[in-house]
Design a protein around this ligand. Structure first.
Ligand SMILES: *Cc1c(COP(=O)(O)O)cnc(C)c1O
Length: 354
């Protein structure tokens, strides 16, 4: 049967009824790609898979939550949506809102949004307002607006976002036949780790899996409030999607860590860019920097000898967003810029070494 989007596929696990007008761009159903070159860093008993969420309609996992949030908003008769965003939420909110015939407003931190994401919000017709401040300031502003105007909040504070995003775990279990042993994921506002953990638990309860994975969340070293145990005033990292100093789902992320026996740790920008280059340059998988935090964390923990050696294990890394979101970062991260030559075949031949 033709794929109809994640709400239709997982309807029985989601808070929707016949009356819910489903607003979908056929999000979800993303591939779990074996990462054999990454496995070389980890060990022979380990299979590593990347859940390539960059292949969602607007290029990030945010679409999983947005199809739910906008469908439920449409059910209520909402006319306008608002979100604070490091970029991907605004791209997704703009696309799904316009599809549902709603206006969308997005508040972004001035100067810290990747070009791909900004272009999406604009072309989908969102009203984009940049505030002088970071994501945390933007989210505070959005919460205040929601108190005073009839506008739907579509940040991950919206519980329907989490509901939609939990389907990522369902897909992983459906693909592998059981839950993986370890689940590595970047952590920003911490909605996604919350959602995956909820999904794994629900699937286990319904008998679809025999176990839950150990949850391993990774923040960027310059914006690692959960690791440090206190909000970070001025978060900094090249991984702009996780440049968040005071995560909304902080407690839930700690809950996922503690009840799974996992960790929330940090990786440096250098480690993030290293993993980013391995994924693109060795695996052919182009992700945005924040997404590479999951693989950077995996490599860091493998180096420490964290993973068991005495049995076969499956590890899933969530690759949260597409590399084309942030082309500037890609160009800045390679050693060789394009070479310009005269239109002379000899000049070109000099550069080709096979
Ligand atoms: C939103 C986002 C994250 C962080 O997810 P949270 O739910 O905020 O923890 C990571 N990577 C990308 C690409 C994102 O868009």
């Amino acid at each position: 049967m033709a794929y109809k989007g994640l709400i239709e596929r997982y309807r029985q696990y989601l808070p929707v009824t016949e009356k819910t007008p489903v607003v979908s761009l056929l999000e979800g159903d993303t591939p779990l790609i074996r990462l054999k070159r990454v496995e070389e860093f980890i060990g022979e008993n380990v299979r590593v898979y990347g859940k390539y969420e960059g292949l969602n309609p607007t290029g990030s996992f945010k679409d999983r939550g947005m199809t739910m949030a906008i469908s439920k908003a449409a059910e209520k008769g909402v006319k306008a949506t608002i979100c604070a965003s490091t970029g991907n939420t605004s791209a997704s909110a703009a696309a799904y809102s316009v599809r549902a015939g709603m206006k969308s407003y997005v508040i972004i931190p001035d100067g810290h949004i990747a070009m791909g994401k900004l272009s999406q919000a604009l072309i989908h017709g969102a009203k984009v307002i940049a505030v002088e401040g970071n994501f945390d300031t933007a989210l505070e502003m959005v919460k205040l607006i929601c108190e005073n105007y009839p506008v739907e909040l579509v940040n991950s504070l919206n519980p329907f976002r989490i509901e939609g995003q939990k389907t990522g775990s369902f897909e992983i279990v459906d693909f592998l036949g059981d839950a993986p042993d370890f689940h590595c994921i970047p952590v920003g506002n911490a909605g996604n780790i919350t959602a995956y953990w909820k999904g794994y638990n629900e699937y286990k309860k319904s008998g679809k899996s025999s176990k839950n994975p150990v949850m391993m969340g990774f923040q960027a070293a310059g914006s690692a409030p959960i690791v440090l145990g206190a909000p970070v005033k001025n978060p900094e990292t090249v991984a702009t999607a996780i440049r968040i100093g005071n995560p909304a789902s902080w407690k839930q992320a700690e809950e996922a860590r503690d009840s799974s026996g996992g960790v929330i740790d940090m990786v440096t920008d250098e480690e993030i860019i290293g993993a980013y280059r391995i994924l693109a340059g060795c695996e052919g998988v182009f992700v945005e920097p924040a997404s590479a935090a999951s693989v950077a964390g995996l490599i860091k923990y493998a180096k420490k000898g964290y993973f068991p050696k005495d049995r076969e294990i499956n590890i899933v890394c969530v690759l949260t967003g597409h590399g084309l979101k942030d082309p500037d970062r890609a160009i800045k991260s390679v050693e060789f810029a394009p070479v310009t030559v005269k239109p002379d075949i000899k000049e070109i031949e000099k550069l080709i070494k096979i």
